[in-house]
Design a protein around this ligand. Structure first.
Ligand code: BES
Ligand code: MN
Ligand code: ZN
Length: 494
């Protein structure tokens, strides 16, 4: 994984006269079309020119509306980009518009840009707004590495202009944090996008080993199948048995604080999900390479935590296995015993995520976490129910759910909570084991979460179903790096 840092050096200035003239200056404009001439490289004259052209060309300030001005009297190219309606503006729109404009610039030969961010910043939280802006711009440079000629970028300097008074040490701290978060997001994206013939359980474990090499303070442990057998992880092993690739559970420990209970994050790491014997239909099955996005998120978050030396103890656990219909694969009707002692009747081998996760949750409990959050591309039902915008949130603790919602609102990495009524748990009853691995016809995201809840006991636990949010479809087909920023914010805030 190459994190090209020679591009995009960020500089901070409170005034345009303090920076070298850039190739391009970006101005975000709301649909009220108000433009500040100060600190935007605009003279009265050029501003009135722009106003005229705006009118002529129907520049609306809507999201997605961009306009380039070349002849405003200076060498600098000016690009206006729409921010939409002011009252609707927030982290989600900020991220969308900034990502698209930065990507546009990256495709050109321009080497330097500037942007006045005063109209993008939330007054109540100036520094974290700035952090979100820089993180977003920095994260836009992510590019997929498995093409013979990956794109090359020219952009070297990003001047951030704002009237906020910042000491240079404060800015370099914000910058460092933003880059760490962005590196975590890029790593999660790259892992998600890596083809499943390369990104298998061993590859994920090797990625963690490399991370440890780069950041020696990170402690890691790799559970091989033999050891899982000793722990009685019958549910996990029933999934990995169908594949030639050996399954692995990898534990990462970032514990800078003595004797304080950690936050534990657990990620589903199915590196390819064929469904097993309950084979999936072939259309779009390639997308099942993203079924390790929960694990990718955990690795990305752990990277950010060690890189920015978060002063919270964090345990990351990933459940790496491939769900294949090999000759040793589970059959519908098999009964397996989990590490917790609960027996499970496997009625559908495609409901494998909960099987690998339940043993990992039981294992993670030995760390006595303050909170345990699992992330998983767990159900198509979540995607059907909530669409592609929020992750599904489930919790056995309302306070924890509220904390996660707060981080979601702050980072624009949205969640939507779904209920866990007792009725859903009733659907997991079977005559042939303690529980079965699927519920009835309806509410599949919830019965999946209810299954996991059975293994949490008194731990404060939350589950994020990221089936809809971890990757995008259409022209932006690929991994999104969600919910890395949400989880990092949660860890830093709590
Ligand atoms: N990895 C899938 C969930 C998934 C489906 C994620 C589509 C993203 C897009 C998961 O392992 C799965 O197959 N779940 C089944 C559960 C069912 C058999 C109860 C599903 O959602 O169909
Ligand atoms: Mn499946
Ligand atoms: Zn799956």
């Amino acid at each position: 994984m190459i994190l090209r840092d020679e591009i995009m050096n960020f500089k901070y200035a409170t005034n345009t006269s303090n920076i070298d003239e850039p190739d391009v200056h970006l101005i975000g404009v709301f649909s009220d079309l108000k433009i500040d001439e100060k600190n935007n490289f605009l003279s009265r004259n050029s501003l009135s020119k722009i106003r005229n052209v705006m009118k002529k060309c129907n520049f609306s300030g809507n999201i997605g509306d961009h306009r380039t001005f070349d002849n405003t009297g200076s060498q600098i190219q000016i690009i206006l980009f729409g921010l939409g309606e002011k009252r609707k503006f927030g982290p989600v729109i900020l991220k969308n518009v900034l990502t698209s404009i930065t990507k546009k610039i990256l495709k050109t030969n321009m080497q330097s840009l500037s942007i006045n961010v005063d109209n993008l910043i939330e007054r109540k939280s100036e520094e974290s707004s700035l952090e979100l802006i820089i993180t977003t711009m920095h994260a836009s440079k992510y590019k997929y590495n498995y093409k013979s000629k990956p794109d090359t970028y020219k952009l070297k300097i990003c001047n951030i202009i704002s009237k906020i008074k910042l000491t240079s040490s404060k800015f370099s701290q914000i910058l460092k944090t933003s880059k760490s978060i962005s590196n975590g997001i890029s790593l999660a994206k790259e892992l998600g996008n890596t083809p499943p013939n390369i990104c298998n359980p061993t590859f994920l474990a090797n990625t963690v080993k490399k991370l440890k090499k780069e950041f020696p303070s990170l402690k890691i442990k790799i559970l091989e199948e033999a050891e899982m057998k000793k722990h009685g992880m019958g549910a996990f092993l029933s999934v990995s048995r169908g594949s030639k690739q050996p399954g692995k559970i990898v534990i990462m420990e970032h514990t800078p604080v003595k004797s304080k209970k950690p936050i534990a994050i657990v990620g589903k790491g199915i590196t390819f999900d064929t469904g097993g014997i309950s084979l999936k239909p072939s259309p779009n099955m390639d997308e099942m390479k993203y079924d390790m996005s929960g694990a990718g998120t955990v690795i990305g978050v752990m990277r950010a935590c060690v890189e920015m030396r978060v002063k919270t103890n964090v345990i990351g656990v990933i459940t790496c296995a491939e769900n294949m219909p090999g000759s040793q694969a589970s059959r519908p009707g098999d009964v397996v015993k989990t590490m917790s002692g609960i027996t499970v009747e496997i009625l559908n081998t495609d409901a494998e995520g909960r099987l690998v996760l339940c043993d990992a949750i039981t294992y993670t409990k030995k760390y006595k976490p303050r909170y345990l959050i699992d992330m998983a591309t767990l159900t198509g039902a979540c995607l059907v129910g909530l669409g592609k915008y929020p992750s599904g949130l489930f919790s056995n603790d309302e306070q924890l759910a509220d904390m996660i919602k707060k981080s979601a609102d702050k980072t624009g990495d949205r969640v939507w909570q779904l209920p866990l009524y007792d009725d859903y748990f009733d659907e997991l009853k079977t005559n042939f084991a303690d529980i079965q691995n699927i519920g009835g016809r309806y509410g599949g995201a919830i019965t999946a979460a209810a299954f996991l809840a059975k293994f949490t006991d008194d731990i404060k636990w939350a589950h994020l179903d990221i089936a809809g949010t971890a990757w995008d479809v259409g022209i932006n087909k690929g991994s999104t790096g969600r919910p890395v920023s949400l989880i990092i914010d949660f860890i830093r805030s709590n």
